[in-house]
Design a protein around this ligand. Structure first.
Ligand SMILES: Cc1cc2nc3c(=O)[nH]c(=O)nc-3n(C[C@H](O)[C@H](O)[C@H](O)COP(=O)(O)OP(=O)(O)OC[C@H]3O[C@@H](n4cnc5c(N)ncnc54)[C@H](O)[C@@H]3O)c2cc1C
Length: 389
């Protein structure tokens, strides 16, 4: 029952590829290993489903790490994604810093409408069908009725990256492709927290947000919250800088970004009297107990003198023990490399096979960049695959 077009993986990239194939008049078969489609997309909905960002297409695309992917993202950028979601009956709103969400802050209504449209367009979805490698010129698939060998004219692979494997993207495909000459970069966590070996004193602050700080790494400064947990630090401010920090850049924290160093020095020069240094810091510049605890945690042994203390408050080194594991990361870096792909996202080693979404070697911050790039690359692969038929 293989038609001429096969899409493997029913996440946002694969659904979009299937949509374009169907729009071009083909009736693609879309196979998905899990019992239901788009589990990671639904998980993204639990935090509101940040679909895209209200910013200029070129600026938006520039945040994608891979230059070769940027024209593809520009061709289906934030404006197009918003129109696409609205076309599925979803009203959207622009939240803080331009992030675009469905008004309901959920993925399920959008997914339901999308699946309904795909069904009406002639896309056949088969769940519980797991691709498990190549068999000669065919693709071997385990189905609930036993193994099958599919021999489509074109295939779009959209199997996802390597984070949250329990949602389906387990990267089991890497050896199947590398055996066929497709180069893949090792997967690494992206948009993840960092492990901290806290002293016991920090336990009382676990679960608390750290607000009103500036974080700096690799020359980039962001002002965003993060959260302390028994495992370490995580949250928006950390994810934003997680790529350079993962790659070895030091991360520093400005605990008082609204006061300059001279003002901090002036306040710290007030007489300390018999107060402990902790109390002196609290009364002069760090009233927030969480910030004070972080200062004492990462600043010790504290330098002497108000000027040196002020300098440390402005650039406190974050002492971490490396990234949290890939399985916990929001997304992954690594995957099929640019030199294994044509501009059309066709695998050079496997003509007629295209790839899209997070299985390709690119990364981007949170903020809607991930979903938009997956939708855009799935669309591109689907359009090109359709032209081959
Ligand atoms: C907690 C969380 C929150 C997130 N929030 C956001 C957000 O708000 N905004 C944003 O832009 N991004 C967000 N993301 C990231 C975004 O969800 C992913 O980048 C996106 O889903 C990747 O799409 P994809 O289609 O490439 O892969 P996936 O969504 O991973 O889909 C791949 C599909 O392929 C299937 N598959 C894998 N192997 C096989 C096989 N051998 N045979 C058949 N099928 C197979 C999988 O089961 C899966 O359904 C979030 C991620 C997580 C984990």
């Amino acid at each position: 029952m293989t038609g001429p077009a096969l899409v493997i993986g029913a996440g946002p990239a694969g659904l979009m590829a299937a949509e374009e194939l169907a729009r071009a008049g083909h009736r693609p078969l879309l196979v998905e290993a899990r019992p239901t489609a788009a589990r990671k997309f639904l998980m993204a909905g639990k935090s509101g489903l940040n679909l895209t960002k209200a910013e200029d297409d070129a600026l938006f695309a520039s945040r994608i790490s891979a230059p070769w992917l940027r024209p593809i993202v520009e061709a289906f950028g934030p404006t197009a994604v918003r129109q696409w979601a609205e076309g599925l009956g979803q009203s959207l709103f622009v939240g803080t810093s331009g992030r675009v969400f469905p008004t309901g802050m959920k993925a399920s209504p959008l997914l339901r409408a999308w699946m309904g449209r795909l069904d009406g367009m002639g896309v056949t979805l088969r769940t519980g069908w797991r691709w498990n490698g190549f068999a000669g010129d065919g693709l071997s698939v385990d189905t609930p009725d036993g193994p099958r060998c599919l021999t489509p004219a074109v295939t779009v692979l959209a199997l996802g990256g390597a984070s949250w494997p329990r949602l389906g993207s387990d990267a089991a495909w890497v050896p199947w492709l590398t055996d066929r000459g497709v180069t893949c970069a090792a997967f690494r966590p992206a948009n993840m927290g960092f492990v901290i070996d806290w002293s016991p004193l920090m336990a009382r602050h676990f679960g608390q947000p750290v607000k009103g700080c500036a974080l700096t790494a690799a020359g980039q400064t962001v002002r965003a919250e993060f959260v302390l947990s028994a495992r370490g630090i995580e949250g928006g401010g950390i994810y934003e800088l997680s790529a350079p920090v993962r790659d070895g850049a030091p991360l520093t924290l400005d605990l008082a970004p609204d006061l300059d160093q001279a003002e901090l020095t002036r306040r710290l020069s007030r007489p300390q009297g018999k107060q402990s240094i902790g109390n002196h810091l609290r009364r002069t510049i760090l009233p927030d107990p969480v910030k004070l605890a972080l200062f004492l945690e990462w600043g010790r042994p504290l330098p002497g003198g108000p000027a040196a203390l002020a300098a440390l408050v402005k650039a406190l080194p974050v002492r971490h023990q490396g990234p949290r594991p890939l399985a916990e990361a929001i997304s992954s870096a690594g995957g099929i490399t640019a030199d294994a792909l044509t501009d059309e996202l066709e695998l050079k080693a496997l003509p007629g096979v295209f790839a899209a979404g997070e299985m390709l070697d690119w990364e981007a911050p949170t903020g809607g960049y991930l979903l938009t790039a997956c939708l855009a690359s799935g669309r591109h692969a689907g359009l090109v695959a359709a032209r081959r038929l």
